[in-house]
Design a protein around this ligand. Structure first.
Ligand code: NAP
Length: 247
């Protein structure tokens, strides 16, 4: 079965690092034009053979103007938006006592509000053509409470994304647009470097697949959700955690 991503226009936020970089590459290799958005331009590297269908857009997608700008640039450059992957995120390891309010706000601004702002702007464009695929990023932390690693601001923001996914799926479904989210487990990216080797080793011992995930493990699932044949899958969250949930 073909994914039907050839010739599509995809926005990927957080494309300068980790999972977002892998997703942008995977969709580009399937033939999509990519608008790769991240805070900074360095690191937003296109794969080979993507000349004319890869655009790096630096900026903050957690503000209304930043989110709208990315969608506007996609339309100006490639004519439309078919896929949004809202991968930009920031992590937080605070305890009950020490979650600074500024940290709380930033974590919610980027993870939850930013996902909403990008989805709102993208869905308005997708609705004009009656087609779209929106993929948001939750986390296993939303379901486990974060364990010894993630703090309450991050856990709450990622849990909010599951509710946001369901709400947007209900509202955008009649417009021909699916909305889903993925909930990765522990994936090897700069974000999880703060966990340190001992915590990671402990996690690995509990993962049935006995390893941490790679960004490509997640990119594969995102590509499936972004694909044309996935048109009857909406409002879900998909765990990509090597089976960790069951232990
Ligand atoms: P990462 O390597 O840290 O990449 C996140 C990217 O998002 C970074 O390039 C970051 O830029 C960018 N970003 C942050 N705030 C932004 C903003 N306001 N506007 C535009 N770009 C922004 O993290 P990752 O591990 O790939 O995570 C990707 C997504 O998966 C996140 O939503 C994360 O919460 C989620 N997730 C990850 C894991 C995991 O184990 N890695 C597990 C569950 C969920 P800077 O580096 O400059 O800040």
């Amino acid at each position: 079965m073909r994914l039907g991503l050839d010739g599509r226009v995809a926005i990927v936020t957080g494309a300068g690092s980790g999972i977002g970089a892998s997703v942008a590459r995977a969709l580009a290799l399937e033939g999509s034009a990519i608008v790769a958005a991240d805070l900074h331009e360095d690191g937003i590297e296109p794969p080979a053979d993507c000349a004319g269908r890869w655009l790096a857009v630096p900026g903050d997608v957690a503000t209304p103007s930043g989110a709208e700008r990315v969608v506007d640039i996609a339309v100006e450059t490639f004519g439309r938006v078919d896929v949004l992957v809202a991968c930009a995120g920031v992590y937080e390891t605070g305890t009950l006592e020490d979650v600074d309010e500024k940290v709380w706000d930033r974590v919610h601004d980027v993870n939850l509000r930013g996902s909403y702002l990008c989805a709102r702007a993208a869905i308005a464009e997708m609705a004009k053509r009656g087609y779209g695929r929106v993929i948001l990023f939750s986390s296993i932390a939303a379901q486990t409470g974060g364990g010894v690693a993630a703090g309450p601001a991050y856990v709450a923001a990622k849990a909010g994304i599951i509710g946001l996914t369901r709400s947007l799926a209900q509202k955008a479904g009649p417009l021909g647009i699916t909305v889903n989210c993925v909930a990765p487990g522990v994936i090897d990216t700069p974000m999880t470097e703060v966990m340190g080797p001992e915590v990671k080793q402990d996690v690995v011992s509990k993962v049935p697949m006995r390893r941490t995930g790679s960004p490509d493990d997640v990119a594969f699932v995102v590509a499936m959700l972004a694909s044309e044949p996935a048109g009857y899958l909406s409002g879900t969250h998909l765990d990509v955690n090597g089976g960790l949930h069951m232990t």
